[in-house]
Design a protein around this ligand. Sequence first.
Ligand SMILES: Nc1ncnc2c1ncn2[C@@H]1O[C@H](COP(=O)(O)OP(=O)(O)OP(=O)(O)O)[C@@H](O)[C@H]1O
Ligand SMILES: [Mg+2]
Length: 151
Amino acid sequence: MSSISRRSKYNNTIESNSAHDTEEAGVNLSQMVKCGETVLLTGPLGTGKTTLVRGFMRGLEYLGRVRSPSFTVSNTYDSKPPVIHIDLYRLTDPDDLIVLDLEQQSENNITIIEWGNRFDKTETLADWRVKLEWDDQLSTKRLITIQTTKI
Ligand SMILES: Nc1ncnc2c1ncn2[C@@H]1O[C@H](COP(=O)(O)OP(=O)(O)OP(=O)(O)O)[C@@H](O)[C@H]1O
Ligand SMILES: [Mg+2]
C-alpha cells in the first residue's frame, strides 16, 4: 500500500458503466484538483485512463483534442490552468523522467500522469491517485477509486 493510501482523507469508489460515466468522473475530479497538484492514473490497458482525462479537460472547458501522449510522452493543453498530460507506458528508463521533473515542479499547472505507478519517482509526486479497475474485459463496467490527502 502506498503512503497516500494510508493517509488519504478522501477515498471514494464509484461504479462506471460506460465511457460517458468515466468522463463524468473526470469532470467531477477537475472541480476538485487545484493548480500545482499532480494526479496519478493507474489501471490496466484500456480501463479508461485517457477517457477520464478527456472528461477532466471538458470540466476545465478545454475544447481541443485530448489524446494519449504515448509517442511524445507529454502533451500540454492550454486550459486554465494549463494541464500537462503524461503517459509513462512506453518509458522504460526512469532517468528519462529528469526531463519531465522540470515540468512537474511547476506551480502553474496541473499534471496528470497515466501509468503513474510505473516508477517510484512518480509515486512520490501524487497529490491525487485515481485507480481504474474492471471485473472482466467484455464488460463496460469499471470501478474508479479516487484518493487524496488534499481535501
Ligand atoms: N466504463 C468505461 N469507462 C471508460 N472507457 C470505457 C468504459 N466502457 C468502455 N470503455 C471503452 O474503453 C476504452 C478505454 O480507452 P482509454 O484509451 O480511455 O483507456 P486507457 O486506460 O487510457 O488505455 P491505455 O492503457 O492504452 O492508455 C474506450 O474505447 C472506451 O470507449
Ligand atoms: Mg491512455
